[in-house]
Design a binder for this molecule. Structure first.
Ligand code: SAM
Length: 282
């Protein structure tokens, strides 16, 4: 169907495996843009063929030359509609797109996102790990020291953690996580939306022992790990009450350190609150 599109950049999510996971609106946009900027014309070509979309493609990735980037920006400046897609899922999520989006925002061009498949969210909802608050980390560094440093920075976060990981590095990553994050609930979601979709849930240790014994899993995976367990839930337990109780037999400093460790609230905040509570009221 021919539709008149406003000139601008259209960020179009494509399937992460199952070709049917492309929205009707996504097809309509892909059919009607001036051209489609994509990572790999062979991958996107297959999707377009499946949906009989004849729009021309232009290869665009993070290392594309200035020329390609300028061609995209020029087309938009001439009020043409241009779509950006990645090989799979949502562009700009561990995929090219962010720089182009930022440039379009800086130039005040119209941009629109057509939502759809994303491996992180699909894995998260299948994981059984809390979904209310989470951090998407994407790929950890492939080098061991950098990976350890990155994980060390996540130790205190009381939110579910989501990682993209290569099957080759899975065992090493699980082992490093056990060392740095401790044993936590986790899930490995693999080949999402595809024929051999699989979810394996367990503690980090259970998953490590399992994957250590079997050949590296095939395909693509998302690793979901529980956040730091709070020993005290400050929503349920009143922080002030806890501080007052501890201050009865502990110093301000010890109270702050202890409660900060247990709740994940920074020491500075707990200390300031404890200081206020320890002062006599006039
Ligand atoms: N932009 C994509 C998205 O929205 O999910 C992510 C692209 S990133 C380059 C590729 C990584 O996403 C893979 O290495 C894997 O960790 C994850 N991934 C993509 N498709 C997947 C699938 N069908 N099942 C599990 N993980 C997948």
């Amino acid at each position: 169907m021919t539709v008149e599109l406003r000139g601008g950049l259209y960020i179009v999510a494509t399937p992460i495996g199952n070709m049917k996971d492309l929205s009707i609106r996504a097809i309509e946009i892909l059919e009607n843009v001036f051209f489609i900027a994509c990572e790999d014309t062979r991958v996107t070509g297959k999707l377009l063929f499946r949906y009989n979309v004849k729009t021309p493609m232009k290869a665009y990735h993070e290392h594309s030359t200035e020329r390609v980037k300028n061609e995209i920006l020029e087309a938009i400046s001439e009020n043409k509609a241009v779509a950006i897609v990645s090989d799979a899922g949502t562009p700009a999520i561990s995929d090219p797109g962010y720089k182009l989006i930022k440039l379009c925002i800086e130039k005040n061009y119209y941009i629109s996102a057509i939502p759809g498949a994303n491996a992180a969210i699909t894995g998260l909802v299948l994981s059984g790990i809390p979904t209310n608050r989470f951090v998407f980390f994407g790929f950890l560094n492939s080098k061991k020291i950098q990976k350890s440093n990155e994980l060390a920075g996540l130790v205190d976060i009381p939110l579910t953690l989501i990682f993209y990981e290569s099957p080759k590095r899975l065992v090493d990553t699980l082992q490093t996580m056990i060392k740095l994050l401790g044993n936590r609930p986790a899930a490995i979601t693999r080949e999402l939306t595809k024929r051999h979709e699989q979810v394996r849930r367990g503690s980090l240790k259970e998953l490590f022992h399992y994957y250590q014994k079997v050949p590296a899993p095939k395909g693509e995976l998302v690793l979901i790990v529980g956040g730091m367990e709070k020993k005290i839930n400050v929503v349920d337990d009143n922080l002030d009450q806890i501080i007052i109780k501890r201050l009865k037999d502990k110093s301000l400093r010890d109270t702050s350190i202890e409660i900060s460790d247990e709740t994940g609230i920074t020491k500075k905040i707990v200390y300031a609150r404890a200081l206020k509570l320890s002062k006599p009221k006039n």
